[in-house]
Design a protein around this ligand. Sequence first.
Ligand code: GTP
Ligand code: MG
Length: 199
Amino acid sequence: MGVVWSRMPEAKFLKSAREAAHYPDTKVPEVAFYGRSNTGKSSLINALVKKKGLVKTGSKPGMTQLINFFTYGEDTMLVDLPGYGYAQSPGHVREKFPVMMKEYFETRDQLKLVCLLLDIRRTPSDLDIQTANLLASLEVPTALVLTKSDKVSGNERVNQRHKIAKELNLDPDDLFLTSAEKGVGLHELWVMIRSQLRG
Ligand SMILES: Nc1nc2c(ncn2[C@@H]2O[C@H](COP(=O)(O)OP(=O)(O)OP(=O)(O)O)[C@@H](O)[C@H]2O)c(=O)[nH]1
Ligand SMILES: [Mg+2]
């Protein structure tokens, strides 16, 4: 008699899209990862699904330029978004981002949660605040996620968490602390994502 293992779902690339007409025609609830360029969106997705090469990451900002949809098991869609605030993107790409993103946030009914990522080492920029406000005005549920926690020491981690929370008018406990590199905070993040997608 063998054991029937309940396996971890597998993450698979589904498709890339620039506009609503090309989004996948599915009913699966989705969580999208957004934030400044280079903040670690693609790395966090790879870490969450424990599949290193699933999403392309890079040391140069502007790595992700389209809306990328990934299935995770039968009932979850993970969406990797291009970052904002990268001045060196080609003009047409740069200009497309807000339009492309606005359309996605406004029209995508399957979207149940946006994880807005912030590098723990930086003070949130005007663009970060504007983005948070836009998501709030569109009534898209948003979780604030601090990335790259391994890059700062213990004291600095606490200080930055408080400082960033203050800038956003939030409680430090409202911020999810993560490191894709070290696997910090991934379980807590999954628990929140699951409850938001199933709720
Ligand atoms: N030390 C450390 N480095 C990280 C972590 N997460 C991401 N990085 C690095 O940060 C850089 C950017 O990561 P990406 O995941 O490509 O960032 P992104 O937000 O998807 O960037 P764009 O697609 O350009 O918007 C890469 O060099 C990653 O290796 C982390 O938790 N710790
Ligand atoms: Mg990326």
